[in-house]
Ligand binder design. Structure first.
Ligand code: C5P
Length: 244
């Protein structure tokens, strides 16, 4: 499979033990470019699990969604970079100063263009939030409008891209241009179960909509043959790349 496709596939390591994480990284590292380590696995296993996944052969998306005062987030992102992760993320709702301070901290240690510099991503509005969720916290704007507004804010603060629903990818691509990175979970291959994801797209559709990287977990981890499931997803992604 084309390296260009493999590097765009991110596998969600949503497991609760080092040994199981290691099993998945060993099994999938030649199919998957990036392994996403989130709050559960990181809280359980700490930086050692990041080091293991890197050593076995994967790039890492450290999905800890920092949201705090600017200095605290900037220093946390610096430690993520020092772990050698390929991507890490913050909540855009933390605001411009939080994102600008984080970008400046990374700039100071990992100049733009250096191989070790991580991609700094922003989460806009969590896909678990709807208009009612936003209203309750005092935000009286439609979700789509907030997503685009926060993506543009992240871009103007110097962030490299966003994590977003595939349904929002086209809007963000139109608003932020071709170089802004869009990472999308909520992707389901044509033949897979939906699990608890509602608003899904297939891998090809997500790429045509503007996604650069796809986060996929259970369609691979719950498949009878995970390697074969990953191969099918890579084929669907390649179709999307040809069509876009
Ligand atoms: O198993 P599945 O493919 O649904 O996993 C998707 C991954 O992406 C999970 O780690 C989930 O937490 C994450 N995610 C998501 N939807 C979002 C943001 C993150 O499914 N809006």
């Amino acid at each position: 499979m084309n390296e260009k496709v493999r590097e765009r596939l991110i596998f969600a390591l949503d497991v609760d033990s080092f040994a199981v994480a290691e099993k998945w990284v060993r099994q999938l590292h030649d199919k998957v470019g990036v392994f996403k380590i989130g709050k559960q696995l990181f809280t359980r296993c700490g930086p050692e699990v990041v080091k293991m996944a890197r050593a076995v052969g994967g790039d890492i998306f450290l999905d800890l969604k920092y949201h705090d005062i600017p200095n605290t987030v900037a220093k946390a992102a610096l430690e993520a970079a020092r772990l050698g992760v390929r991507m890490c993320n913050v909540h855009a709702l933390g605001g411009r100063a939080m994102m600008e301070t984080t970008v400046a901290e990374i700039d100071a240690h990992y100049p733009r263009g250096s191989a070790e510099r991580p991609l700094l991503l922003a989460v806009t509005i969590l896909t678990s939030s709807d208009e009612e969720t936003l209203r309750e916290v005092g935000i009286d704007h439609p979700v789509d409008e907030m997503v685009v507004r926060l993506a543009k804010l992240a871009q103007s603060a110097g962030m490299d891209g966003v994590v977003a629903s595939p349904r929002e990818a086209a809007l963000i691509r139109a608003a932020c241009g071709p170089d802004f990175v869009i990472v999308t979970p909520g992707v389901r291959p044509a033949c897979a179960a939906l699990d608890d994801q509602n608003r899904v797209m297939t891998p090809a559709e997500a790429i045509v909509a503007g996604a650069d990287y796809l986060v996929i977990g259970r369609p691979i981890s719950a498949a009878a043959d995970p390697a074969a499931a990953a191969d099918k997803i890579l084929v669907e992604m390649a179709q999307g790349l040809r069509a876009s």
